[in-house]
Design a protein around this ligand. Structure first.
Ligand code: KG4
Ligand code: ZN
Length: 340
């Protein structure tokens, strides 16, 4: 029998204060998320200083709730894990300081986790059969990466965005068409009422770098379309713009991912990050994988957007490898995947 390793995980890299108790990287005993979305909605996006202040207010309660829901106390915990980058520096610092305080006070091992590694590891929670190697498309508000997961904690970045992240494009287009923040879920919903073929928006590819992404041209094309409508005194159909924009993003993400599957010869594909909760993307990836006999993995939407269970999943494999951070662990806002 495998020893039970219970990890208390903390996540505060953006606007969610989250804590979870995860056993052996795959069994989630609790997953508490305190979202600040309502607060930031009035400003049309995340205000970093407000995010940090709210993390300070909420973090102790969120951790206590995670322990209570799991039916454990700190006496039962084997290690403390925390996201230390990338993210908003002030927001990250709250979680890092909190995890260090618990580690010091209870003499528990401390494990700093890369946020993107967390997103990828969300796939382990509901898929007991998933093990490296596989390919993962990570699409969130700050990142768009196509990654080969060579082993636990060992990543080969095949491609990344040259400009905006996929989620950033969703958020900016949503604002431009009057849907507001947070853009992704609102476009997802509105697109269901529109025609994805109504407007042809560009699908960008980068010469000699077939796995890289670029979404700023697409964003500009949407803005140009809206300006042209305004100049001609015409109205535009919000649902058609949402659906056509979303289709362009989905086509590029699916196309790049399938190319990577063909060229690497891998037979397993996972998706991760906030944009991975997008209905059209999940459907498109699933169909493309089925056609090619590729096994497709996608976390439940609640595990795609920011949460601490995914940090606990990633931390377990680091723990097993003997990774331990010292009390000098700091927040690293622009930490790159593969950096330690
Ligand atoms: O992973 P995440 O929660 O935070 C980051 O690490 O960035 O991702 C947030 C991003 C936002 O840009 C949000 O608009 C997008 O994920 N998102 C979506 C959907 N749900 C969240 N984008 C498209 N469709 C969705 N259903
Ligand atoms: Zn995230």
């Amino acid at each position: 029998m495998l020893e039970e390793i219970k990890i208390l995980a903390v996540e505060s890299s953006c606007d969610e204060t989250a804590a979870a108790v995860v056993v052996n990287g795959r069994e989630v005993r609790s997953n508490i998320i305190s979202s600040q979305i309502d607060l930031h909605t009035i400003y049309g996006g995340v205000v970093p200083e407000i995010a940090s202040r709210k993390h300070v207010e909420h973090i102790n309660y969120v951790i206590q709730e995670a322990l209570d829901t799991a039916g454990v106390t700190l006496n039962d915990i084997d290690a403390v894990a925390v996201t230390y980058g990338p993210g908003l520096v002030g927001a990250l610092l709250v979680g890092v300081a909190e995890a260090k305080a618990i580690s010091y006070a209870r003499n528990l091992p401390l494990i700093g986790v890369h946020h993107i590694e967390g997103h990828i590891s969300a796939n382990y929670i509901e898929n007991p059969d998933l093990e490296p190697p596989y390919v993962c498309l990570v699409v969130s508000g700050g990142h768009s990466h196509l990654v080969k997961v060579v082993d636990y904690g060992v990543y080969e970045v095949l491609g990344r965005t040259r400009d905006d992240a996929a989620g950033e494009a969703f958020d900016k287009v949503a604002r431009a068409i009057g849907l507001g923040y947070p853009g992704g879920p609102k476009i997802d919903r509105q697109a269901k009422l529109g025609n994805p073929q109504a407007i042809v928006f560009p699908r960008a590819s980068i010469a000699d770098h077939p796995y890289d992404f670029s979404f700023s041209g697409l964003k500009s094309a949407v803005l140009n379309y809206l300006n042209q409508c305004e100049m001609k005194g015409e109205t535009y159909d919000q649902a058609d713009v949402a659906a056509s924009f979303q289709q362009a993003v989905v086509d590029v993400l699916t196309g790049h991912a399938m190319l990577a599957m063909e060229e690497t010869g891998m037979k397993r594909l996972a998706i991760a990050g906030g944009v991975a909760s997008n209905t059209a993307l999940r459907q498109s990836m699933k169909e493309a994988c089925t056609q090619r006999g590729i096994a497709f993995y996608s976390p439940s939407p609640i595990l795609c957007t920011d949460n601490a269970a995914m940090i606990g999943a990633a931390a377990y494999y680091e723990y097993r490898k003997g990774v331990r951070h010292g009390l000098d662990l700091n927040a690293v806002p622009n930490l790159r995947l593969g950096d330690r």
